[in-house]
Design a protein around this ligand. Sequence first.
Ligand code: NAD
Length: 300
Amino acid sequence: MDVGFIGLGAMGRHMARHLQTAGHTMTVNDIRREAATPFLEAGANWGDTPKQVAQAAEVVFTSLPGPADVELVATGAEGIIAGASSGQVYVDLSTNSPVLTRRLHAEFAAQGVRMLDCPVSGGTVGAEAGTLALLVGGDRELYEEVLPLLNCIGDKPFYCGPSGAGQVCKLVNNYISLSLTPLLAEAFSIGVKSGVDAGTLYEAVVRSTGNTASMQRRYPTGLLKGNFAPGFTVNLGRKDLTLGLQLAEDFGVPVQFGPMALAEYAASADRDRGLLDTGSVALMQEERAGVEIRADVEPR
Ligand code: NAD
């Protein structure tokens, strides 16, 4: 199949590679042209603009930082919509605003182009391994039709409902996981300051009701090692919490904890940590408490 892929970053480069190695004919684009080099060397075509990518592909994917980038790439003057024609498919893998998603869905539909929102979960490790969760919104029949492509990039596809439902599910998931990061750091700082080392705390919590998938997966190689190489950047985490809080405001839902978590991401970005991994928000609490949460534990 002729597949277009726009946004070859930390996530997109792995997802596009899985599609290419599955044998699809790729046309790729990124504002950092060098990101396309491995794809071009493996036989992909270069599209100068999203419009050109759409002209060459039956299904176009985007994996872009956030709403402003998606809107520009999808509906800008040189955007996908300018090159797409009736019957084509557009799949947005970015974590994006559900409200913008529904508007884009309607704009593409008016031109006969069918769109799915398909934000992903599982981090760069999951993207590299092809084990991502794919949270899909849009027409169910289109989901079934595109499933063979989605199966190339993740092994946990899940149909969430009509357009925007995938994004709502993703924002709820990230509201939880991103809010837990500073909470976990706070709890561990209490434990370390009370005289129990971080490795013992980790082993105790991982066996108990405080265990979380994200702590278990990320603490041994992340915070406990003092390793904050991204991964999933503080800037992107801040974007997702902001989108989650915007959704709460749009639908009149009172919130307490999300704004506190967002403040930690904003303060981290203000300290020039925006391009570090989201795990680095723990440094805020380490600095306040005057402790380091470090240990040598085996990943499970
Ligand atoms: P990234 O910044 O590493 O990659 C984004 C890519 O888009 C970059 O290569 C950038 O050059 C390109 N780009 C930006 N604007 C563009 C434009 N106008 N035209 C063409 N290319 C453009 O980000 P990422 O970590 O790969 O995340 C991508 C999306 O996936 C985000 O929405 C993010 O929230 C989501 N996500 C990330 C992770 C993670 O662990 N990194 C996990 C799940 C979901």
